[in-house]
Design a protein around this ligand. Structure first.
Ligand code: PGA
Length: 249
């Protein structure tokens, strides 16, 4: 059964106190109004243990993990550390990590293996910049990202992965992909996964859309066959907006 997911990526926002307040507001709402949608929040590393203590039904994710398991890597945070704080998911390959920290798909493959080894489910992000879409190269680019980062995995490992398609031109810009653009790319990604891992894995794969998703457009995006939820940035910082997006299914 394909899981529907809405995940909030807080990025580098919120003090500890603000984060706990936001996490509690979201968690309390879904305690009182249970949903079949998997609701996930991804606070900054340093807030993970405290936010974990505020959650009952809502799941916890990190925004990144180190590409080494442990050791002399000053400032890094390992998959094992994240898991020990109560997180079940980790966002990997977000476009901001790819752009500002030069993460490529070979490095992301290493991180995915480490995350899976700690029973963390990777939310693997892919997507193109505007120039690539305008040049008609967006399908090739996403294919390369998915093949390099994921194709060497086994089917069992792939079944632990969530993919987030995030066209970079839509992230934080207020410009959203049209539902048709999202559906087209999601179907393409699912077919790619089908070609390598077979029908059951492809049919069960959760593919999220990310990029200026908000209460006003979530319903239209989520109504597409291959759009199984959203990875939400800006709108996840407001409890009412984030809850409204989850309720858009
Ligand atoms: P946005 O960010 O919703 O603010 O566009 C999405 C993301 O970066 O995951």
């Amino acid at each position: 059964m394909r899981k529907l997911i809405v995940a909030g990526n807080w990025k580098m926002n919120m003090t500890l106190q603000e984060g706990i307040e936001l996490a509690k507001a979201v968690n309390d709402f879904f305690d009182k109004n249970p949903t079949d949608v998997e609701v996930i929040i991804a606070p900054p590393f340093i807030h993970l243990p405290d936010v974990a203590r505020s959650l009952t039904g809502v799941q916890l994710s990190a925004q990144n993990c180190a590409s080494e398991p442990k050791g002399a890597y000053t400032g890094e945070v390992s998959a094992g550390m994240i898991r020990s704080c109560g997180a079940r998911y980790v966002i990997l390959g977000h476009s901001e990590r790819r752009t500002y920290f030069k993460e490529d798909d070979n490095l992301l493959h290493k991180k995915i293996i480490l995350a899976l080894g700690q029973e963390l489910k990777p939310i693997f992000c892919c997507g193109e910049v505007l120039a690539e879409r305008e040049a008609g190269n967006h399908f090739n680019l996403v294919r390369e990202q998915v093949e390099t980062a994921l194709f060497a995995l086994g089917a069992e490992e792939l079944s632990q992965i969530v993919i987030a398609y995030e066209p970079i031109w839509a992230i934080g810009t207020g410009v959203t992909a049209t539902p048709a653009q999202a559906q087209e790319m999601h179907a393409f990604i699912r077919d790619l996964i089908r070609s390598q891992f077979g029908d059951p894995v492809a049919d069960d794969l959760t593919i999220l859309y990310g990029g200026s998703c908000k209460p006003s457009n979530a319903r239209e995006l989520f109504s597409n066959t291959d759009v199984d939820g959203g990875l939400i940035g800006g709108a996840s910082l407001d409890a009412d907006d984030f809850i409204a997006i989850v309720l858009s299914f």
